[in-house]
Design a protein around this ligand. Structure first.
Ligand code: MRU
Length: 333
């Protein structure tokens, strides 16, 4: 199935908190359930939470129509949904886009939300092929070793994936040797989700702890680093999962290309630079515990920054569904 889909009058999503051990879906029929799913990362990844946000507004619009509630009710619900996670711009972008159809009724909001999800599928396929072409130009290693961070696969989107979508195309072309995936503390999107997808696809891979990533690159064990993005500022700075920036520094030092894969909907021309991007700070317990067991003394505090910003000059290329931008060479989105 798809990571998230619309079924008549409600949304269904794969509960990513249960992976890799259980494949369980959640029926989402009210806004509170959708916000909860977004906040606790049952649905996650910038493109997927954009679609989740759009479906959330559709659910609110349906309820308003059924119960004779005013449009102000739907707008207030949309505001709550958009605030569920602040860093990935796809969420507020998608919510705004479907709200633009509210005057035409719930059916119009639903069809706009479904259109966003279908566009995501098409955008990922397009960017994956463009990205694979680019990687073949950027590195002469064939087959190549890709280093990645977090999860940028089908699970982060409606299907197929962005960064991992490129990996899939390379694999189909016989141009992929192996993937190294950072485990991605504290919620382990790399080891739980990326390794799950790579296993399903039969792609050779290994998991490393996050702090090993830069050393893997420095020791010549990666031909290219491919990551996703949650928001790309007008100057080309890239917000992505915490731990991306150290990989970018290591890649620049080692002369290894760093490629960011993201649909156009992740570009945010309204945000001038990375310093203007709000970085989500999550619950301390995600850092202080592992699988529900405390890993720090009682009373210890944590700073749980969910994302970091990689400056444009460290980004070799941004691949979107429409183009390739080369920030390190001075190009701006
Ligand atoms: O906190 P998450 O798991 O939602 O973070 C996801 C990422 O940082 C991804 O790299 C990004 O959203 C791009 S997904 C195609």
């Amino acid at each position: 199935m798809r990571t998230i889909e619309w079924r008549g009058d409600h949304a269904v999503l794969l509960d990513q908190t249960r992976l890799p051990h259980e494949v369980v879906t959640i029926d989402v029929r009210d806004v509170d359930t959708m916000i909860d799913a977004i906040e606790r990362l049952a649905v996650r990844g910038a493109p997927a939470i954009g679609v989740a946000g759009a479906f959330g507004v559709a659910i609110a619009a349906l309820r308003a129509e059924r119960e004779g509630l005013p449009v102000t009710f739907v707008r207030a619900e949309a505001k709550r949904i958009a605030a569920a996670r602040p860093t990935a711009v796809n969420l507020s972008w998608a919510v705004r886009r479907v709200l633009g159809r509210l005057h035409a009724g719930a059916a119009a909001v639903i069809s706009e939300a479904v259109a966003i999800s279908e566009e995501d599928v098409r955008a990922n396929r397009a960017l994956a092929h463009r990205g694979a072409d680019l990687l073949e130009q950027l590195t002469h290693a064939s087959p190549m070793r890709v280093h990645t961070h977090c999860n940028t696969g089908a699970l982060a989107c409606v299907e197929w994936g962005t960064g991992l979508g490129i990996v899939r195309v390379l694999h189909e072309r016989g141009k992929l040797r192996s993937v190294t995936a950072d485990e991605t503390r504290p919620l382990l999107q790399g080891s739980r989700l990326t390794a799950f997808e790579l296993t399903e696809l039969g792609i050779d891979h290994q998991i490393v702890v996050d702090s090993a990533g830069p050393t893997v690159i420095a020791r010549g064990l990666a031909d290219v680093v491919v990551v996703g993005a949650d928001r790309i500022a007008a100057n080309g700075d890239v917000a992505n999962k915490i731990g991306t920036y150290p990989l970018a520094l290591a890649a620049a030092r080692a002369g290894v290309p760093l490629v960011v894969a993201a649909p156009e909907s992740t570009l945010d021309p309204a945000t001038a630079s990375g310093g203007d991007i709000e970085i989500e700070v999550r619950d301390e317990d995600e850092v202080l515990t592992l699988g529900g067991v405390a890993t720090a003394p009682r009373g210890a505090r944590a700073l749980n920054l969910a994302f970091d910003v990689t400056p444009a000059d460290l980004v070799t290329a941004i691949v979107t569904d429409r183009r390739v931008i080369r920030p390190a060479a001075g190009e701006r989105p």
